[in-house]
Design a protein around this ligand. Structure first.
Ligand code: IPD
Ligand code: CA
Ligand code: CA
Length: 268
């Protein structure tokens, strides 16, 4: 795969995210159609589907032989034999989107032979576009993200919602995260995984802990963290397997080892 090809994917991914943001804002002028998926806390709206459809049509218009792995499953071809796969969360943070009409984002990543090449996380409300390209760095609205700062535990700003996860409460992992929070400067729950990863990349958060994220939740954010100089693995410190559900620990590299150690060996 050529560098120029990757650059072209990057241009298309950014254009798609910005156009998706415009589509979302237009659709927000009308009442939202909200539906339950598996439960009352698992929502989807007509906007999620419209955005996924828009991205699929745009990508296939340019690259008919690429595959798409999207949260709403609107691309139904078998992607297992395909080299290049676009991993899409049309709206990450749908609960925020429904309740707040902000604190959500569009996440688009391009994977080639199982490796992320391009990642875009776009926050239409704040017009912030986070962009990463494999080997070429990470950017916010075209400005390179700063290098991770030197830091100690007392300065840690942590994000996680795992403290009230039933399985984590039972296994003791939630207690370990509470202990971590007590040693830190503070803990936040943003409810939008892709943006939380982008914020780790940008140094707005120092660590992010999550269980069972899907490929579309972390697809773009993973590359952003890596290209910004951060560390991202599963909660056991192992590599995140391409395309699979995974736990996630992302962080500033100067604090990541300590956070991993304090998480302990209790898993869910
Ligand atoms: C969810 C959000 C949330 C995370 C959930 C995801 P959605 O994605 O990223 O922060 O904790 O695991 O499913 O449903 O809003 O796209
Ligand atoms: Ca999501
Ligand atoms: Ca979503």
């Amino acid at each position: 795969m050529q560098n120029t090809e990757k650059k072209q994917w990057g241009v298309l991914a950014r254009d798609c995210a910005i156009e998706a943001g415009k589509l979302i804002k237009r659709m927000l002028e009308e009442p939202l159609e909200v539906m339950y998926k598996s439960s009352a806390s698992d929502l989807v709206t007509s906007v999620d589907r419209a955005v996924e459809k828009f991205v699929i049509n745009t990508v296939l218009g340019a690259y008919p032989d690429h595959g798409i792995l999207g949260e709403e499953g609107l691309f139904t071809d078998d992607i297992s034999g395909m080299d290049t796969i676009w991993v899409i969360d049309p709206i990450d943070g749908t609960t925020n989107f429904v309740h707040q009409k902000l604190n959500y984002c569009v996440s688009i990543a391009v994977y080639h032979k199982g490796e992320a090449q391009v990642g875009v996380v776009y926050d239409p409300t704040r017009e912030e576009l986070f962009y990463a390209e494999k080997g070429n760095g990470a950017f916010l609205n075209d400005e390179p993200l700063p290098k991770p700062r030197q830091m100690v535990m007392e300065e840690l700003l942590l994000a996680s919602s795992v403290i009230w996860n039933r399985r984590a409460m039972k296994s003791g992992l939630a207690a370990n995260i509470q202990d971590l929070a007590l040693r830190s400067r503070g803990m936040r729950v943003l409810g939008v995984a892709a943006l939380e990863l982008a914020y780790v990349a940008a140094g707005r958060l120092d660590a992010y802990i999550s269980l069972s994220l899907n490929a579309w939740d972390y697809g773009a954010g993973k590359l952003l963290v890596e290209e910004a100089g951060g560390t991202i693995t599963r909660l056991d410190g192992k590599e995140i397997p391409f395309g699979e559900k995974s736990s996630i620990l992302a962080g500033n590299p100067h604090i990541y080892p300590k956070v991993l150690e304090l998480l302990g060996t209790k898993r869910v």
